[in-house]
Design a protein. Sequence first.
Length: 399
Amino acid sequence: MATTFETGRFNLLRPTASKQLLFSSSIKRPKPVSLHSSRFFHCRSKRLVLTQRFAVKACVVNVEQKNVAAESGEWGKVSAVLFDMDGVLCNSEEPSRKAGVDLFAEMGIEVTVDDFVPFTGTGEANFLGGVASVKGVKGFDTEAAKKRFFEIYLNKFAKPDSGIGFPGALELISQCKSKGLKVAVASSADRVKVDANLAAAGLPLSMFDVIVSADAFENLKPAPDIFLAASRILNVPPSECIVIEDALAGVQAAKAAQMRCIAVRTSLSDEVLESAEPTFIRDDIGSVSLEDILYGGSVGYNERMQGSETLNNFAESSSAVLAGGLQGSRRDILRFGSLGIAISCLIFTLSNWKAMQYASPKAVWNQLFGVIQPPLEQKDSSRYDRIQQFVNYISDLES
């Protein structure tokens, strides 16, 4: 059963200066590994280098990062996963902006969805109040605006058939729980929106060990309070928590809480996300694998090590070159070779399906491997003789 964090008197150490929200780190980003491959293996070549987890331990990379993964050269222990809601579990960032546009339109103020982007992930009060401040709205009542905003959003966007859930979210949560990981929702949104979105996305509240929302906090993201509260309720050290976020403020909050962060590019560009230096980036929640969470991923943690000479040599030793200059891993070659054989068998079966209805396994074997077929005797005789000739033909074919 999900636990709700309700008290507003949760005394957490809060940053007193903006510089405390971002940990300084010096990361030398080498040039990506260049693998010469054909177009046929292009989509697999990057994975070729990055799927070998044990190669990471052999790499020597100068990465100064205040988390377990960087300090030890390994990914480190993982005990809990903290999911943001908007833009991670639910495809709700754009609908939220549209609801905000509708709200200001009712007030006679023209705004666009882009006006809300700088305030993404900071809570509804700042989400609406920030735009009102930029537009110079005087006498803006934040609480009244939030109430009307939720009415618009819930009635118009947070519906069961709205398609608000991201594909893969339910599966990833289930996989995490099956591995004994604790899972939590840690959102800057108010609880009313969290509950409505999760219900519309088909994610039962009972799946989560903890649901932490903005209602109980004064300092929202990029302050670390929400993540630290979830960590304490779960009884898991921050160093063993993985945060999945889509917003710049969320990534900053995870860093401030000294948690590893997987960013998803559902709301912002790579350039914006990378400015906060998440551990690595994925397309969306459906692109985040259990391997990403437990080990740093197939192309995740290793992305910071692409320029390592050791990793480059490992990639070259794991590949093979075929005739015509095609290059790929041995696993790829076996995989595509098996696929070619399967397709060939399918084509043969489809082109000879009528004959296949009457053929014995031995006849099929002879047909596939080119056994010389005996000629059908051509004689003018009775019907009985013609039948006997056909029987002899089949017998010879299968012999």
